[in-house]
Ligand binder design. Structure first.
Ligand SMILES: [Fe+2]
Length: 407
């Protein structure tokens, strides 16, 4: 977090004394991600009396990153942007905000494709039966396409962004990104510029990532310590250096899926280092550690991590799998954003909670996207590139992702 950010971001609750029942999320088998049925929520006020961040961890095989619900003060109450599992702990923190700022009046699911944001919408809608629900156009389910009402989205009080207008037009400006045809479904997300706070809210399209691990790991740094090691027979040891090292590797996994400087060792080697004294616990996965980091991993991580605060970026997984043939769509969206009067902050659904985001930041990002080679296949990008190429060859992904939506 930058010093600029620290001045406005206050931690509302560390939630260290809640019971496990308060953090229970019974619907976790729908998307079985770490930490499964137990979701701690970290609440922070990002902009006083205007914007709050509710964070939970979510990930696969300890590759856990923060996923965020943003709560916004709007006329008449509160708007929830990007739903999260409404555990008792989360609902209590929201009730505290409602007591001061008014009831939750709007719930927005601003993405068509982000499963991790979609799955908790039905539970969140049930938790606030009076709230109006708005969803991004083009909702889809995989492997079978089901109607929204079958997915538990309440039809009676649900509207579709853009098709039915937008919520709170007097205080928010809405900026759709997409749609793009991904073959199996579509990518689209709708950003929200909240004029009173100067904050632009997004889902997955833009993120800020910093070298310091997120505060959400303070209470349980296990995922970081697990990945900080080089072999499965090494015990999990805690230190600030180990946490930073583990975080840098988690960021590489989360942004590239399989980064270049990572080798998956042969099974026999993995088993040879497993089940050794000091690692015989579920926390250490009994010493099973199917990763061998190669020289150069630190340099690869530095490209994604901001040194003195969050580094604003489009995550490689989006660049290479969603926008490889649609750079212009992204640039047009950024251009629209740059013209917003009074924009100061970015709040996205992953990684850093608040990032300085003034017109010159957007201009710099656009120039860098225009100038540098886009959606490459080299080094850390090779796995993402090979996935894209395979999907293209199989005809799953269309060559022109906009063709299906042209008149
Ligand atoms: Fe996401």
């Amino acid at each position: 977090m930058t010093p600029e950010n620290q001045a406005i971001s206050g931690q509302v609750s560390a939630n260290k004394t809640v019971s496990w029942l308060d953090q229970e999320w019974p619907w976790w088998p729908l998307l079985p991600l770490y930490p499964y049925g137990q979701r701690r929520t970290l609440v922070r006020e990002l902009i006083p009396n205007q914007i709050w961040s509710f964070e939970q961890l979510q990930g696969l095989y300890y590759v856990a990153v923060p996923v965020r619900l943003t709560v916004v003060k709007v006329p008449g109450g509160l708007m929830l942007f990007n739903p999260l599992p409404p555990t008792p702990e989360l609902r209590r923190a929201l009730a505290d905000l409602e007591a001061t700022h008014g009831n939750v009046v709007t719930i927005v699911l601003p993405t068509a494709s982000g499963l991790e944001h979609k799955l908790s919408l039905p539970a969140m809608a049930r938790a606030f039966p009076q709230a109006e629900v708005w969803v991004c156009p083009g909702q889809w389910s995989f492997p079978i396409s089901l109607p929204s009402s079958w997915l538990g989205i309440p039809a009676r009080r649900t509207k579709v962004l853009q098709e039915d207008g937008f919520p709170h037009p007097d205080s928010c400006t809405w900026l759709p990104l997409g749609p793009l045809d991904l073959g199996l479904g579509r990518f689209e997300e709708v950003a929200c510029f909240h004029r009173a706070s100067g904050a632009v809210l997004v889902t997955d399209a833009l993120v800020g990532i910093e070298a310091e691990p997120p505060a959400l790991f303070d209470l349980d740094p296990t995922p970081l310590l697990f990945h900080a090691r080089d072999r499965g027979d090494q015990p999990l040891e805690d230190s600030p250096q180990a946490r930073r090292r583990g975080w840098a590797r988690v960021v590489l996994f989360a942004t590239y899926l399989k980064p270049g400087p990572l080798v998956i060792p042969p099974l026999l080697e993995v088993l040879r280092n497993a089940f050794r004294p000091g690692t015989l616990s579920p926390k250490a996965h009994f010493g099973l550690f199917p990763f061998a980091w190669q020289p150069g991993w630190e340099a690869a991580a530095q490209e994604r991590l901001g040194k003195n605060g969050p580094l604003l970026q489009i995550a490689p997984v989006l660049e290479r799998l969603v926008f490889p043939r649609a750079k212009d769509v992204l640039l047009e969206w950024l251009d629209e954003m740059r013209r917003l009067k009074g924009m100061r902050w970015l709040v996205s659904a992953h990684f850093s909670d608040i990032v300085a985001f003034k017109p010159h930041h957007v201009r710099d990002l656009s120039e860098s996207i225009s100038r540098r080679p886009w959606a490459i296949n080299q080094a850390s990008w090779s796995f993402l590139g090979s996935v894209d190429q395979r999907l293209l060859n199989l005809g799953v992904v269309p060559k022109d992702p906009q063709a299906a939506f042209k008149d």
